[in-house]
Design a protein around this ligand. Structure first.
Ligand SMILES: *Cc1c(COP(=O)(O)O)cnc(C)c1O
Length: 494
């Protein structure tokens, strides 16, 4: 399987090159030249397999130069019992007669980012071997919370890699900060930035585009790389759980082979829902793809009107991982919807950079609306969605609550009775504050104490690693000025 750039289809790379590079030099995203199929017989065969073997089989279709045994080993390392606290890895929970919830947060950091970031480091290491790259990859991350921790947990002690995470000093939750500054591993570094997330992100971007820095690091034996969801190695592992969920419904005799299932995905950067779309392109019987946003509803408008317009107020919400106005992975969908028409995506992305807005063709809009539905959910509705599911005995986080509500709205407005799965992207214990308030409880003063408080009140066990944060050794104390982040990188990569 070869990969081309969304901005130039003549630019082709192998899977290993695409993963090692992360982003194409022309600014485009690497996308498979075509979609391998998955037929009914294969789905039946996958039904008999563990999650790990399903992952190796499905990813193998896109990674032709990787050996099957190697992929099985990666999957066992990524999704084994030392990492995931549920034997099914990504279990389905039945909510009512035709609704299920796909829980993607049983990994080491209790957020769905683990599904990809437990796999990406292994794919990257193998890609470096295959391309003959001798330098060490240094992953630079600016994080608003979840990605930094999940990336470190994935890259800790992985050969030929180092990882340095920058987070805004006062911009992450107390739990998220503790998760990061207590991170173990010889090749990891964490540093707070005096500033907000944009400052940290701009600092990282500046370092990436600094030629002199690139040369200095190359002399020292390093090159910079990214663990962001623009990397194909982060999207690919996410296809697996959609196909796996379908198999689980078949195994439970809830659906018949070939029967369509709808998915509702809480969306930020459009990586997760794109993976579902790719699974559908492979032939998985997916009906409608429901894209759920919080009150940052730029995608809802886009799906309804064909106009993408980021010129609007930015809202801070209780589902922070979806507080985003530019969804990078939408570019891959545009490329597919345009039928690969050369230059069109580049033009849209230029317009977006210049004016913050673009409008797709009527043909593309029609194709998009046949598959996608967009909806959003405000803060009050998010809280009542948490409260309602809690009354039914199911404790969910705010991101998941947005998806649950948008699915209900979708069914009401369309009358579509197709069996549906909404996707759960974080453990409620990562957002104790919002969850406790939503179920009518006053959160304890200390943020770590809220974990035990919520477990007491709800009777739902907290993930061990979050509960274990109390009293864990803090390894990282660095704080830097936003203009001095380069110095931190140079000191980290001696
Ligand atoms: C990252 C994240 C999302 C958004 O996923 P995308 O792939 O960026 O659309 C949703 N929920 C949680 C909890 C996340 O961490």
């Amino acid at each position: 399987m070869e990969y081309l750039s969304t901005r130039d289809k003549n630019l082709r790379k192998s899977a290993a090159q695409a993963i090692a590079m992360g982003l194409s030099r022309d600014g485009g995203l690497f996308t498979p030249v075509s979609f391998p199929t998955i037929n009914a017989l294969e789905v039946e065969m996958l039904c008999t397999m563990s999650y790990q073997r399903r992952a190796a089989y499905i990813m193998g279709k896109y990674l032709e130069n990787f050996r099957p045994e190697e992929l099985e080993e990666f999957a066992h390392n990524a999704y084994g019992p030392e990492k995931f606290d549920h034997p099914a890895v990504a279990p389905l929970r039945k909510v009512d007669g035709r609704t299920w919830c796909l829980e993607l947060w049983h990994g080491p950091t209790s957020a769905f980012k683990d599904m990809a970031l437990q796999m990406l480091p292994q794919l990257l290491s193998a890609s470096l071997r295959m391309t003959g790259e001798k330098k060490t990859a240094c992953i630079l991350v600016a994080t608003s919370g979840d990605t930094g921790k999940a990336a470190m947990e994935g890259f800790a002690n992985v050969d030929q890699t180092k990882i340095l995470v920058f987070y805004p000093e006062n911009g992450v939750s107390e739990i998220q900060k503790l998760q990061m500054v207590t991170q173990e591993g010889d090749n990891v570094g964490v540093c707070a930035v005096r500033g907000n997330f944009d400052d940290a992100q701009n600092g990282v971007k500046r370092i990436f585009s600094d030629e002199e820095m690139r040369e200095t690091l190359a002399r020292r034996g390093y090159f910079l790389s990214s663990a962001n969801s623009i990397n194909w190695g982060r999207i690919l592992p996410q296809l697996v759980y959609y196909i796996s969920a379908y198999c689980d419904l078949l195994n439970a005799k809830e659906i018949k082979l070939g029967e369509p299932v709808n998915f509702c995905v809480p969306t930020g950067n459009f990586g997760n829902i794109l993976a579902c779309y790719y699974a559908k392109r492979m032939g998985l019987p997916v009906g409608r793809l429901i894209c759920a946003s919080n009150c940052n509803d730029v995608l809802t408008d886009f799906i309804r009107t064909g106009v993408y317009d980021r010129n609007r107020p930015f809202h801070t919400t209780m589902s922070p991982s979806m507080d985003i106005l530019i969804s990078s992975n939408l570019e891959r969908l545009l490329f597919d919807m345009s039928g690969g028409k050369d230059g069109l995506v580049r033009e849209y992305m230029d317009q977006l950079a210049r004016t913050g807005r673009y409008e797709i063709t009527d043909g593309m809009k029609k194709r998009m609306q046949e598959v996608f539905y967009g909806g959003f959910c405000g803060e009050e509705d998010t809280a009542s969605s948490i409260a309602m599911l809690y009354r039914y005995g199911y404790l969910i986080d705010p991101h998941t609550a947005v998806a649950a509500k948008v699915l209900t709205d979708y069914r009401k407005s369309t009358g579509d009775k197709t069996p549906a799965i909404f996707v759960s992207t974080a453990s409620p214990y990562k957002f104790c504050d919002s969850v406790l308030s939503s179920i009518g409880q006053a959160p304890a003063a200390d943020s770590v104490d809220r974990i035990a408080q919520m477990a007491d009140i709800t009777g739902v066990a907290a993930p061990e690693r979050l509960a274990g944060l109390k009293g864990k050794d803090v390894r990282f104390h660095d704080v830097t000025e936003k203009a001095r982040m380069d110095d931190n990188v140079l000191a980290f990569l001696q």
